[in-house]
Design a protein around this ligand. Structure first.
Ligand SMILES: *[C@@H]1O[C@H](CO)[C@@H](O)[C@H](O)[C@H]1NC(C)=O
Ligand SMILES: *[C@@H]1O[C@H](CO)[C@@H](O)[C@H](O)[C@H]1NC(C)=O
Ligand SMILES: *[C@@H]1O[C@H](CO)[C@@H](O)[C@H](O)[C@H]1NC(C)=O
Length: 380
């Protein structure tokens, strides 16, 4: 009887083991590694150890995330997290400060809340890792990887995602920061300022290329002019979006697309692509988007469910100039139908929409010229 029971346990164990092995095998990632760069939209805790007010390692951030408040600036997973899972990574990509030798060859997350393309961006609020700094960190990672394994050819097969530029507008060009002066908007027109951003962005992308990056997705800006922060900061007389900011977003996205075109010409062995979040968040088609679509900036008056969804953050914030959730506050219960979690950052359902359609484009305007799935299929 006892031995029968033992045998039964043994067989069960074996079956579980086999099942587990299948599970692991079928979940082999589509690419060997996945590196993440950017600002708070992609940050997974890089700011936790920095001297800055811009952190999200407290509740209610992370209320829908399995590990709770990790430093992600949303209620659940970021867009970068969801893309990683779609690529088949079982674990979330670790932050730069915490990544171990065993982990780094599968990827590192360098994104930092408040960071910009320009080093100066976000300076009024404390430390952050600018895009330049993130490339320095990536350089260290690559040196570390080449100490562990001699052959680093696999880096060409990896996916690299970058989501940056938002802070260069809201925390530089359009910033009203007491005690700190950004002179960019006094010196330069939106066009010229955006050109400065592109020159610096291009420089950093060449560094990434020189460090082996060949499959790179660059995320355009979403409709910053329609975020609760910007809407509350300006008096908009019932208009859904701040047009000055929306125009800047439009200029940035067009120039980023041109940059991608130029890079694909200059570096024929690499694939760069532009992700059009405006397109993704505007059209609800395909039923992948549960939260309401973002309005297209217009001079028209109020949109029907405008104040209900966009103009409002899901968590309470201190005042109109603050975008962060108040610590330990109770967020809205309807997170699946809210576009924004705090006054700037999307909810997880919004991130799911962006991740799903950047991985597999639904409309021709979603990506240019490749979606991330197409990048995974390129062989070097
Ligand atoms: C990367 O680091 C190496 C030293 O490890 C240095 O020689 C090289 O210039 C660095 N490259 C960049 C782009 O920072
Ligand atoms: C490195 O590995 C790739 C395959 O992953 C192989 O084609 C290449 O020849 C290797 N390079 C060296 C120097 O061993
Ligand atoms: C992004 O998509 C929107 C909506 O379809 C479109 O109007 C816009 O031109 C696209 N932006 C770029 C830079 O292609």
């Amino acid at each position: 009887m006892d031995s029968d029971f033992g045998l039964l346990i043994c067989i069960t164990c074996l079956m579980v083991l086999l099942h587990f092995r299948n599970f692991v095998v079928s979940n082999k990632p589509q690419v060997p590694c996945y590196f993440i760069f950017g600002d708070s939209l992609f940050d997974a805790g890089n700011n936790n150890q920095l001297d800055t007010k811009w952190k999200a390692n407290y509740p209610p951030y992370g209320i829908d995330f399995p590990k709770g408040h990790t430093g992600r600036f949303t209620n659940g997973r970021t867009t970068a997290d969801i893309i990683g899972q779609t690529l088949g990574f079982n674990e979330f990509i670790p932050t730069y400060a915490t990544a171990t030798d065993d982990q780094i060859s599968k990827g590192v997350n360098y994104a930092s809340g408040g960071a910009g393309i320009l080093d100066k961006t976000g300076a009024h609020n404390g430390d952050r890792f600018s895009l330049y700094k993130q490339m320095i960190h990536h350089n260290s990672t690559i040196s570390r990887i080449s100490r562990i394994q001699k052959n680093t050819t696999f880096l060409k097969e990896c996916i690299y995602v970058i989501n940056i530029g938002m802070n260069d507008y809201i925390n530089n060009y359009f910033a009203k920061a007491p005690g700190y002066r950004y002179d960019s908007s006094e010196l330069l027109s939106t066009e010229d300022y955006t050109d400065v951003l592109m020159v610096q962005y291009y420089r950093q992308l060449k560094v990434l290329y020189n460090l082996g990056g060949r499959k790179v997705a660059l995320f355009g800006l979403d409709q910053l002019g329609c975020t609760p922060l910007i809407v509350k900061r300006w008096i908009l007389k019932g208009r859904p979006c701040q047009l000055l900011v929306s125009d800047a977003v439009y200029v940035f996205n067009n120039k980023l697309k041109t940059l991608v075109e130029g890079l694909n010409k200059d570096k024929p062995d690499a694939r760069f692509t532009f992700i059009n979040t405006t397109s993704i968040l505007q059209e609800k088609k395909g039923a992948t988007v549960t939260p309401p679509s973002l309005p297209i900036p217009t001079k028209k008056k109020k949109l029907p469910d405008y104040t209900k969804y966009f103009a409002r953050s899901c968590c309470p914030v201190k005042d109109k100039d603050d975008w962060q959730c108040i610590a330990d506050s109770v967020p809205c219960p309807t997170r699946t139908t809210s576009t924004f979690f705090d006054s700037v950052h999307p909810t997880e359902p919004t991130n799911i929409a962006i991740a799903t359609r950047s991985y597999k484009a639904l409309l021709p305007t979603d990506v240019y010229p490749y979606d991330i799935h197409q990048l995974t299929e390129v062989k070097h």
